[in-house]
Design a binder for this molecule. Structure first.
Ligand code: BGC
Length: 443
């Protein structure tokens, strides 16, 4: 299964999760004020030590045959105090971005990935209207200082996930704002921030591509569910998966009741970024934790009951995104927590098969960024879930290539997946992906 010669093969990371010692971030304060908030014994700490040495892992990405990397900037480093920019931090980002280019890794840069400057959190973060002006100024500074090195931009990572985790759960810092009105207040301000950032970037760099990374999952009513479960599923699916990208498309955000128009928002999206992980079953009323965590007997379930492996969902989402928006598509995240690398090789092959299938039917899927290059700090789940192609010991900082990393290297170098790779890395996939290729059983 061959991929186009201009396909982008990458991995994705985010600043707070890999840089370490982001002491001006609200996530740092959240961790420090109550260590029980983070699963396991380890805090973010020095993470993967990228602030000092991102180059070590960028070398690994290059050796893995990648030609792209998605990373984020930590707003709290660039603007540690309101309107005070840290030139040294900006220079460090310049050197990291240059290091990407030097290694043939085209950077895709996220301006906001889940963490805020502490001062912004103290002013109410995205619940406060002042965020829009601050985000505009932060973006203008980044564009002026680093824009020449950034061909692809994500303004905000997973806005819906951010808003839900901050305002509907106690898993993320939330500046005390909880409930539906905080949730929609934050989303409205994120839409304003996105629109402002889009226009600033495009006015300086008209050919840069700008979008958002959307967490789009498959939602289905629980097996054997009733009409109310199905009705509920439709509502959640539309709100969580469609309402944000629809708003960027039309300029109008549809919440639970009614809709709201936002100035300068329509058409502020050059591509659809899809972060796809799993399929969720829903029921009404929702259980604790919101989604059902019971799987069918044949389901392959990843570490920590994170979710089942459901590769065909990726094709379904690509199809849906194309039909709704007719824009180029990037898979901006896709991965699985699997410390033992038991299911990741098969996961990788099967998800890429669905990307290949889409490309073969002319869906414009332009690139794939696996989450993640190296194990990193998994927010409230700390270091208990390992998404890296490369394993990291956060204490010694030792790196170890998992078997999936070698497989991804073969894929990226050859622009293809084939049954020989499956036979060597994930023989269980042979029958599923190449049913005709398995040797015939003797009678
Ligand atoms: C987030 C990442 C996170 C990953 C795995 C995504 O929703 O963007 O920051 O590490 O999921 O949980």
């Amino acid at each position: 299964m061959n991929f186009p010669a201009d396909f982008l093969w990458g991995t994705a990371t985010s600043s707070y999760q890999v840089e370490g010692e982001n002491t001006n971030s609200d996530w740092h304060a959240w961790e420090a004020s109550d260590p029980d908030r983070i699963k396991g014994d380890l805090s973010c700490g020095q993470a993967c030590d990228w602030w000092r040495n991102a180059e070590r892992d960028l070398d690994i990405a290059a050796e893995m045959g990648n030609n792209a990397h998605r990373l984020s900037l930590e707003w709290s480093r660039i603007e540690p105090e309101p309107s005070i920019f840290n030139q040294e931090a900006i220079e460090r980002y310049r050197s990291i971005l240059q290091a990407c280019h030097d290694r043939g890794l085209e950077p895709m840069v996220t301006l906001h990935h889940f963490s805020n400057p502490l001062w912004l959190a103290e002013k109410g973060d995205f619940n406060s209207d002042i965020v829009v002006d601050y985000f505009r100024r932060y973006t203008a500074k980044v564009v002026a200082e680093l824009g020449d090195l950034i061909p692809k931009w994500i303004t905000i990572n997973e806005p819906m996930t951010y808003a839900v985790l901050r305002h509907m759960t106690s898993d993320f810092p939330n500046a005390g704002h909880k409930g539906l009105s905080a949730l929609f207040g934050a989303i409205h301000n994120m839409l304003r921030c996105h629109a402002a950032a889009y226009h600033i970037i495009k006015s300086e760099y008209p050919s840069a591509l700008v979008g958002t990374a959307n967490n789009i999952q498959i939602f289905e009513a629980r097996p054997g569910g009733n009409a109310i479960d199905r009705w509920w599923t439709t509502i959640i699916d539309r709100l969580y998966n469609d309402s944000w990208p629809d708003a960027l498309h039309t300029g109008r955000f549809r919440g639970i009741v009614g809709s709201k128009h936002f100035k300068d928002l329509a058409g502020t999206c050059d591509f659809i970024g899809i972060n796809y992980y799993t399929r969720f079953y829903l029921r009404f009323p929702p259980p604790d934790g919101f989604v059902d965590r019971e799987w069918g007997p044949d389901a392959i379930v990843s570490d920590g009951n994170y979710g089942e492996v459901y590769p065909q969902g990726l094709f379904q989402i690509i199809d849906r995104a194309w039909k709704r928006y007719q824009l180029p598509i990037y898979i901006t995240e896709n991965g699985v927590p699997d410390a033992a690398d038991r299911i990741r090789p098969g996961f990788l092959l099967d998800h890429l098969r669905h990307v290949w299938h889409a490309i073969s039917f002319n869906y414009p899927v332009m690139g794939y960024y696996h989450w993640s290059l190296v194990d990193n700090f998994e927010w409230d789940r700390g270091w208990t879930q390992r998404f890296g192609l490369v394993e990291i010991d956060p204490v010694t900082q030792e790196r170890n290539w998992r078997s999936s990393a070698r497989l991804y290297q073969e894929i990226c170098r050859s622009y293809s997946i084939d049954d020989d790779m499956a036979a060597r890395y994930a023989p269980e996939m042979l029958d599923i992906m190449w049913p005709g290729a398995a040797p015939a059983q003797s009678q």
